[in-house]
Structure formats: structure tokens, C-alpha cells
Unconditional design. Structure first.
Length: 179
């Protein structure tokens, strides 16, 4: 170990104080012990940068405090997911299937009568309420509801959709074909 001659004694003497400080920062004995250990490892690996004649304990406290803030910032961005439920929801379906499904949907949409397609796109894809879609189309609300329902049924038929499990993960597609 390169460093001041009494560095070993100073480091050993600082450990109880470092631990008490770490516990006060983390409120968790296990995390505090990990923090102290990491601070000591970093301190020992950078002992050559310690200035002789200065306070070893203060230097180690600075390392520990900086390490705490680094870990805190990192943990703030992380989400605990012990059972993997969140991670499994982040998967991305293969793009080629989505592209092919979109082509099939576009083809099926173009086969619908204009009034049904227009109503379905306003309500299902653009998110307009039935009332707003009725105003846009100059039709009654019941007429729009009927057109949307018939369009959804026709799309489901053309695309071979029997239930929502047959659909991809795209919420717009699901809302457009919902039975």
C-alpha cells in the first residue's frame, strides 16, 4: 500500500465513523455497509491522490458522500422489477409482422364503403366522439354508431379476427376492429 505511513491506522479508525454516516444517509444497514466498502475500495485504489498532512477521514467521507450521490442518481432512474413483469411488457414485436398487418388493414379498409370507412377512421383512429364524428359527417349519432359497428364487423371478417387475442399490440388497430 503506497501512501502516508500512518494511512492504514487512519483508514481503520475512520471505518466506524464512515459506517455511521452511511447509515444516516441510506437508513439501511446493508446498503450502508456496501457504501462504506465501495468508499474504502475507491479510497485505497486512489490512495496515491491523497495529500499527506490532510485529514484522511474527511477525504474518505468525501468519497463516501460522492459514491452515495452517484448510486442515488442511478437508482432514481431505475425501477425495481423483481418478477420481471415490467421488463416483459417492454418487448417490441418484430416489425415485419406489424408492417404486413398494416398492409392487410389498409387493404381491408379500402374495401369498406366510404361512409363506413370515414366513420370508423374518425371514431377508431382519430379518437373523435360519436357526437363529433356525426357533426363532421353531417349525420345522426345513431347513423355513425351503426356505420362504425358495421365497419368493425366487416374488418374483423376480412382480417379473420375472432377475438382481441388475434390482434397485435397496436391499440389503434384494436380500437378500430373492436367487436
Amino acid at each position: 500500500m503506497i501512501g502516508p505511513p500512518d494511512a492504514k491506522a487512519d483508514i481503520l479508525g475512520a471505518i466506524p465513523h464512515l459506517r455511521a454516516f452511511a447509515i444516516s444517509l441510506t437508513s439501511d444497514v446493508d446498503r450502508a455497509d456496501d457504501l462504506v466498502q465501495e468508499a474504502l475500495v475507491r479510497g485505497l485504489s486512489h490512495l496515491d491522490s491523497f495529500t499527506s498532512g490532510t485529514n484522511m477521514q474527511a477525504w474518505l467521507f468525501t468519497i463516501l458522500r460522492n459514491q452515495f450521490h452517484t448510486v442515488y442518481r442511478k437508482r432514481r432512474r431505475e425501477v425495481e422489477d423483481p418478477d420481471g413483469a415490467l421488463a416483459s411488457g417492454l418487448s417490441i414485436p418484430p416489425e415485419q409482422h406489424g408492417h404486413l398487418d398494416l398492409q392487410d388493414l389498409q387493404t381491408a379498409l379500402m374495401q369498406l364503403p366510404f361512409e363506413q370507412r370515414e366513420a370508423l377512421l374518425l371514431v377508431g383512429a382519430q379518437g373523435f366522439s360519436y357526437e363529433d364524428a356525426a357533426r363532421i359527417c353531417g349525420a345522426r349519432i345513431g347513423t355513425i354508431k351503426s356505420r362504425v359497428n358495421r365497419a368493425r364487423m366487416a374488418l374483423a371478417d376480412r382480417l379473420g379476427v375472432e377475438d382481441t387475442g388475434d390482434l397485435g399490440s397496436d391499440w389503434t388497430t384494436k380500437s378500430a376492429i373492436r367487436r
